[in-house]
Design a protein around this ligand. Structure first.
Ligand code: BG6
Ligand code: MG
Length: 215
């Protein structure tokens, strides 16, 4: 159960919540894994959602039973990101997920603060390309956090910048790591997607559209 009346700030994950980029991360990781001789599955991919680029590579190398030097890892990360950037080059407002824009508008109208809480280092470019950057009162992304979800740092930093206590914050997440991070931060959390991948969420919805009337 969500207590919507207590919500003073909504903290949005980016990939797979606001923008339909999760598929491009999947495609770029699968291409990299395939070059490494590893067959990357959708089940593997689920475990990478919300996880930083560096930690994702470590997981893939681990699954593939491979060891790489720091230089080799850096090259692999650069390659993955270049492929990802190519895939998202044409990103535009049409790639916003259902209900994203309506919910952002509604929250702004109601005076509820809006923050980004994303692991991505590409987040700002994506918010610009999709035309929603102006809605955000705080932008916390992979360039400013040290610790990957499920660590709560990304959401606690958001709350701090907004000056709002965690108990009045609501997180919207599509990844298990993000649900765990929100709970560790002491915030309410709604999972976006399929309930079986979102254990511990206070509520799971198929898309953000169903939330617009709650505020
Ligand atoms: C998260 C995604 O939002 O950001 C992950 O769910 C991704 O799949 C991570 O690896 C880091 O993103 P980027 O853009 O910095 O490689
Ligand atoms: Mg996500």
């Amino acid at each position: 159960m969500i207590n919507y009346n207590s919500v003073r700030a909504v903290l949005f994950d980016l990939d797979g919540v606001l923008v339909d980029t999760a598929i491009y991360h999947f495609q770029a990781w699968r291409r990299l894994a395939s070059e490494l001789g590893y067959s990357f599955s959708v089940v593997d991919n689920e475990q990478l959602k919300g996880v930083s680029r560096v930690e994702s590579l470590e997981l893939i190398l681990n699954w593939a039973g491979l060891e790489k030097s720091e230089t080799e890892k850096a090259d692999l990360l650069t390659k993955k990101n270049q492929w990802y950037l190519e895939l998202i080059e044409q990103l535009n407002p049409e790639h916003l997920l259902a209900g994203s824009l309506d919910l952002l508008k509604k929250l702004q109208e109601k005076g509820i603060k809006i923050a980004l809480g994303s692991a991505s280092k590409n987040a700002l470019g994506i918010l610009e390309k999709t035309g929603i950057i102006a809605y955000f009162d705080a932008l916390i992304d992979g360039n400013v956090v040290q610790l990957s979800k499920p660590n709560p740092e990304v959401f606690l930093k958001g709350a701090e910048v907004l000056g709002i206590e965690p108990a009045y914050c609501l997180v919207l997440e599509d990844a298990q790591a993000g649900i765990d991070a929100a709970r560790a931060a002491g915030m309410q959390v709604i999972g976006v997607g399929q309930a079986e991948h979102l254990n511990g969420a206070d509520l799971v919805v198929a898309d953000l559209g169903t939330l617009v009337d709650k505020f």
